[in-house]
Design a binder for this molecule. Structure first.
Ligand code: B16
Ligand code: MG
Length: 219
């Protein structure tokens, strides 16, 4: 029975949420909208377009389509300035060790991220070569909690969805994995990711014996 692993990017492999926060905060302030860290939490796993819609809604503000496009572009430009400074140091603890272990044990690995910048980020931190398939925000029409991003990953790897083990830090991502009958693993706060089949604070907690439990788990 062939199993596969699908990793989300932001919050699972790297912490880019802090860069999204800085760039969204600047954008919100330019529109006189306040933007807090807890609001930033609500944007985790949410696409760029949807994030801007949410911020405008929180600020009770409406803007022209043209301005919307301009703001999205300038937000991304600022975000990429942070991304361009990323190095291996930005990989979250335990991630590369797990990728090395998986490569040695041969289950295929895919990326399933809402980000349109996913490939660039993987290149910056030197992890791209671990992934047999990369599905990101450029390839999907429907955002998480729709499972499209993970289903495409399964298709590319040639595995049944119920044989895919998905690592996710967002509620929308866990919902997406569960909706497709995949094995969902929440990385982060267990109280927030309570719908996941398994929960870990981070990858340093995931020891080889738990890993075997994940591989042998059937939904
Ligand atoms: P971009 P993930 C998501 O990444 C982020 O969590 C979310 O905050 C961001 O808005 C989204 O990517 C789109 O990112 O602006 O780079 O296309 O968690 O799905 O890896
Ligand atoms: Mg994420």
């Amino acid at each position: 029975m062939k199993k596969a692993f699908i990793f989300d990017l932001d919050g699972v492999i790297v912490d880019t949420a802090k860069f999204h926060f800085l760039a969204w905060k600047n954008l919100a302030e330019s529109l006189d909208i306040s933007f807090s860290k807890s609001q930033n939490e609500e944007l985790k796993g949410v696409s760029r377009v949807e994030s801007l819609h949410k911020i405008l809604k929180w600020g009770n503000t409406s803007i022209s389509d043209e301005k919307f496009e301009k703001l999205m572009a300038s937000k991304n430009e600022e975000y990429l300035a942070y991304v361009n400074q990323m190095t291996k140091e930005d990989i979250l603890p335990g991630v590369e060790e797990l990728l090395v272990y998986l490569k040695e044990n041969k289950p295929p690995i895919a990326l399933g991220s809402a980000s349109k910048n996913a490939r660039r980020i993987l290149d910056k931190v030197g992890l791209a070569a671990y992934f047999e398939a990369i599905v990101d925000g450029n390839e999907v029409a429907k955002a998480k909690p729709n499972p499209e991003v993970f289903l495409k990953g399964c298709e590319l790897l040639g595995v049944e969805p119920s044989h895919a083990i998905v690592f996710e830090d967002s509620v929308a991502g866990i919902e997406a994995a569960n909706a497709a009958n995949m094995i969902s693993v929440g990385i982060g706060d267990k109280r927030i990711l309570s719908e996941a089949d398994f929960n870990f604070e981070g990858f340093t907690e995931l020891k080889p014996d738990q890993f075997e439990i994940l591989i042998n788990f059937n939904k």
